[in-house]
Ligand binder design. Sequence first.
Ligand code: OMP
Length: 214
Amino acid sequence: MQLGALKFGTFTLKSGRLSPYFFNAGLLCSGPILYTVAQAYALILTTSTDTTTSSFPHFDVLFGPAYKGISFASTTSLVLHTHHNLTVGFAHDRKEAKDHGEGGILVGATIRDKNIIILDDVMTSGKAVRGSIDLVTREGGKMVGVVQMLDREEVGADGTSSTVKEVESIIGEGPGRVQSILRMRDLIQWLEKNGRSQELVAMKEYEEKYGLKT
Ligand code: OMP
């Protein structure tokens, strides 16, 4: 909220859904906030390996989808090294393939035959992350998980099951392979705590329409 990364109003999303809020992770763009965010990703990546229900197996490379995932994957690989004594590679894609020099669509660590975790900003219908999973798989990487900054906790493209469950079934390694730092319910809780009743009404109406029905 302080950085203006979370906005309330009327926003048309990639999926066509009309949302009363929008999270712009591109505004998390200073040293201090990137450090905070990278520590949060690193914590999820390392604590998850200690639990039985949501464990990530060994991973070699953090993949940050262009553009917003790039800074998160690079800073998190740095924090895993400095704070957790873990050495992992970092890679990202290009939105447009390069036709000269080293060429291609990928930048950074090799992903072929490596265990890959995607770090991304937001998941709504899951379309964007499904595209990244396709790319990683096509390039020979083995998908082992996804960590997103905000799970909007919505139904997926089929309109019934949760986006997270849909993405976990694509990864195909059971539940717990899609984790998030924040969820829609955290935003609601914050609004309640701060007496933001107007925003709450719109958020709850939206949740009614696209939220998980569990
Ligand atoms: P899905 O592809 O529907 O999951 O939408 C996720 C993508 O939409 C994210 O990677 C963002 O590019 C964008 N997005 C946001 O950045 N913030 C939001 O709050 C919502 C969206 C969105 O369009 O759904």
